[in-house]
Structures are given as C-alpha cells and as structure tokens.
Design a binder for this molecule. Sequence first.
Ligand code: CO
Length: 143
Amino acid sequence: MPRLDHVAIVVEDLEAALPFFRDLLGLPLDRVADVPEEEVRVAFFPMGGGEIELVQPTTSDSGVARFLARRGPGLHHICVEVEDLEATLRRLQAAGVQLIHEAPLIGRDGTRYAFIHPKSAFGVLVELYERPRVKEPVVPGEG
Ligand code: CO
C-alpha cells in the first residue's frame, strides 16, 4: 500500500503550536530541529506509519515564509512515498502535470524528493519521496 510519509503544517511560532498537538491532541513529539539550509524550524509527530510535521519559517524570504505571509498558517503540503521518483516525474510530466522540480532533489539522509505544483494537484502542494533503499549487506569474498 502506498505510504503517506508526512503532512506538513506551516505555523508562525513552533513553540506556541506544540502544546496543541502534543498536550491537547496527545501526539508524541519525536523531535524538534533547526534546518538552517531550508530556513525553517520543524517538529515531528509520528502517527501510524507517517508523521505530522510542523514548519516554522526562520527567515522572511523563503518559499514557506512567503506562503505563510500570503495564506496564513495551515496545511502546507502532503508527502507521498513512491518507489521510483524519476519514473513518477516522467509519467506526471507526460500527463501534463506542472512540476516544481522536474528532477529529484536529494536530502541530507539520501531521500530523493520533488514537488508537484498545487495548480496541478487540486490546490494542494504535493511532495514525493523516494526513500533510500536499504543496501544489501556486502559479504566479503563473494562475487
Ligand atoms: Co515535506
């Protein structure tokens, strides 16, 4: 079954948002991290195989900061895991879907990712993830 990797919610103040999700909804807070290269501070709540991610912009001129300024806090994107991101992007492009990234980007942990423009996704920014494959163990002396 395809996995929903995460749902990202943009907030103005991460610390102010934590009590609602952690204490009132009762979701376990897994980790909070600064991601300077993306100009955000994030918090993750794992849920049933996926995660809710809170995102607070830490500068005023990133894409997510402009999103927050324009639309206010709320749903920023959903992220769906795919098997083969390159093939998925080619298939989407062939179908006339507007992509934000026409080739996969590579994250810190090796995850390949790309975004589909909300214009082509019924108003929702959609991220696609291809998780790094778990490498086969190398057996010395074989092959
Ligand atoms: Co994401």
